[in-house]
Every structure is written in structure tokens, then in C-alpha cells.
Design a protein around this ligand. Structure first.
Ligand code: DAH
Length: 341
């Protein structure tokens, strides 16, 4: 019996010694100490042992069991240490490696230009307001004195949302002038930046959706001199102290008189260069004195109040200021382009 036990224990110990993974260790445990395990079988055969020898044999079996359990536990611990070492090795982080450069966001040239324009007019005491992009014909055209047969109302120029042609995507921020005048709070000193829509094909200077900044001032005794002074100041702040302005007569249905404004070329100072196409001047906006009929339609007495208005293309300002020669670059969101600003 003793011999048998010893050979079982030796066999088990050598198997434990040679085992190379945790699963194997469990198999060994079962095959020796499990219900049908070899050592358990020995215990079961105790009934064949002479009663006086039973305590002795029982003790031997228990010792054998204890030895095996101890060795199994030892080996298990060794496996755990190895596994931990492997894991630590696998998870090693080299903190000296250079990290990935995080992509930094940049303000869009339109945003930079808009913030600049807003800064200038807020400095002059203007309020920044907004109006809806989906508009009634009334606000976009009718209340601005634009007759029904005006070419701008053609479906080839304006996007209509609801026909027969009463709701549309605004084609100009001038619509916001009407909303502000209707509020009936005077005087008015506002700029209204926003998106406008026109059925234009995309090219270097056109897009079906772009941005304008509308300006409107209404008070008692406002004259063309106020308009000139304001826009001259605006041009100087935006393009530099030496910038001159030139007012060319023009026509807009909602202003009378109307003008287009050129600034002296900030690139060549007026001598003529590629930027100003050799003329020394660059067109930047449309403006004029608010038409008395427009004031009247929005409930303002033209005998008591006068005003001026202007409209600037935001993209045009951004393209000029940052010397970008293709408007499409502003809409493509190519980060290689945008991160230059
Ligand atoms: N709304 C005009 C346009 O889209 C621009 C404009 C011209 C606005 C003269 C004005 C203005 O307020 O007085 O072309």
C-alpha cells in the first residue's frame, strides 16, 4: 500500500513538474484528487485494509494528498507570476515616443472677416441682428420696392420654396431691414450678417449660397454725408488707415440715391496691380439713402426720418483680405487650406 502511494505521488509530482499551463494543472488535480482520482481510489480501498492498519494508511493518504495540494498550489502561483510578467511586458508603454499631433481647429476666413466687420460696427454703436433665411416675397422684394417684373424675381435667380412664388430663400439680407423697421423702434443702427441664396452656377466668384452683411441706420437728419463718413471709416479700419473710398452712382430699387463703393487698392496703394486689375480701385459694396417709399411701407414717416443702408458680400471681403483668388476654396473645408488662417 505504501509503495503504491509513493508511486502515485511520484507520478503526480513529475506530471506537475512538467505541466506547462494552468489547464494542464487542473487536469492533473482531477486525475489524482478528483472523485475518481487515483488517490481517492486508494481511500476507497481502505475497506480491504486490516482495521488496525487503517489509521496509519489513512494518515499516509492524507499526507500524500497534502503534498500534492501544496505542489499544485505552488505551481499555480508560478504560472500566475509568469502570466503577470507576460501581461506587463505586453502592456509596456514607451513614454518617450513622440505623440500624435492633435489636429487644431481654425477659424474659417469668413468667420474671421465677419468678426472683424462686426467689431468695427459695434465700435460705431451698431447692434448685430439676424433675420430668417426662408422669407416671404414681401420682405425679400415687395417691401424693398422691387417690382414684380424685376429680373431678380425670376425663378432662374431666386430659389422658391412655395409657389406661386410667395415663400423663398432670401436672395439678399436687405430683407432684415424690413423686419427691423417693422418693429417700430427708432432710431435704428444695425448690421445683419447672414446667408443668402441665388440660383447661380458655382465658379471662382459665384456660389448658390453665400453671405452678406446688411447695414441700416435710420434717425432724424441722417444725410448722405453720414453714409460717406461711416463707410470711409469702415474702409479705413478694415483695409488700413490710408484707404480712400470712391462713391460711384448706381441703382438699387430700395435706395435713392444709390451708389457702389470702391476702396483704393490696399495692395498697391492705388498705382494699379493684379489685385485691382490695374485700376487702383476695388469694388466692395452697394449702398444708398433708404427710399422714402421703403420707409413708408414699413410704417416710418419719411418726412420725419431718413436713413442709409449698405450691403457687403462677406466672401468678397474674406477673399480680398486674405488674397484668395477662388471662392470655392471657402466652401471645400480642406483643412490644408483652412489651417493657414
Ligand atoms: N441687396 C443688395 C444686393 O444683394 C446689396 C445692397 C445694395 C444692399 C444697396 C443695400 C444697399 O442695403 O443699400 O446686391
Amino acid at each position: 500500500m505504501k509503495e503504491q502511494l509513493k508511486s502515485i505521488v511520484d507520478d503526480a509530482l513529475s506530471q506537475i513538474e512538467q505541466s506547462d499551463k494552468l489547464d494542464k494543472l487542473n487536469e492533473i488535480r482531477v486525475s489524482f484528487l478528483g472523485k475518481k482520482g487515483q488517490l481517492t481510489q486508494v481511500l476507497k480501498s481502505m475497506k480491504d485494509v486490516a482495521p488496525q492498519d487503517r489509521p496509519k494508511v489513512g494518515q499516509l493518504v492524507n499526507e500524500a494528498r497534502a503534498t500534492l495540494e501544496e505542489k499544485l498550489e505552488e505551481k499555480k502561483k508560478a504560472f500566475e507570476v509568469l502570466a503577470m510578467k507576460a501581461q506587463i511586458e505586453a502592456e509596456t508603454i514607451d513614454v518617450t515616443l513622440p505623440s500624435k499631433k492633435p489636429a487644431m481647429g481654425h477659424r474659417h476666413p469668413n468667420t474671421i472677416a465677419l468678426e472683424e466687420v462686426e467689431r468695427i460696427f459695434v465700435g460705431l454703436g451698431y447692434e448685430v441682428v439676424e433675420g430668417p433665411e426662408v422669407e416671404y416675397d414681401y420682405y425679400n422684394f415687395e417691401a424693398l420696392n422691387i417690382p414684380d417684373n424685376h429680373p431678380a424675381k425670376d425663378e432662374q435667380d431666386t430659389f422658391y420654396v412655395v409657389s406661386p412664388n410667395k415663400i423663398l430663400l432670401r436672395s439678399q439680407t436687405s430683407s432684415v431691414q424690413v423686419h427691423e423697421m417693422e418693429k417700430g423702434k427708432l432710431p435704428i443702427r444695425m448690421i445683419a450678417p447672414g446667408r443668402v441664396f441665388r440660383a447661380d452656377e458655382v465658379d471662382a466668384t459665384h456660389s448658390p449660397s453665400f453671405h452678406q452683411i446688411e447695414g441700416l441706420v435710420i434717425d432724424k437728419n441722417i444725410t448722405f454725408a453720414d453714409l460717406k463718413g461711416t463707410l470711409a471709416e469702415f474702409a479705413k479700419e478694415l483695409f488700413g488707415e490710408d484707404t480712400k473710398v470712391k462713391f460711384r452712382p448706381h441703382h438699387f430699387p430700395f435706395t435713392e440715391p444709390s451708389a457702389e463703393v470702391d476702396v483704393s487698392c490696399f495692395k498697391c496703394g492705388g498705382k494699379g496691380c493684379r489685385m485691382c486689375k490695374g485700376s487702383g480701385w476695388i469694388e466692395i459694396l452697394g449702398c444708398g439713402m433708404v427710399h422714402p417709399h421703403v420707409l413708408e411701407m414699413s410704417g416710418i414717416d419719411p418726412n420725419e426720418y431718413t436713413g442709409f443702408a449698405f450691403g457687403v458680400g462677406l466672401e468678397r471681403i474674406a477673399l480680398l483680405k486674405y488674397e484668395i483668388d477662388d471662392m470655392r476654396l471657402l466652401y471645400e473645408n480642406d483643412t490644408r487650406f483652412l489651417e493657414q488662417f
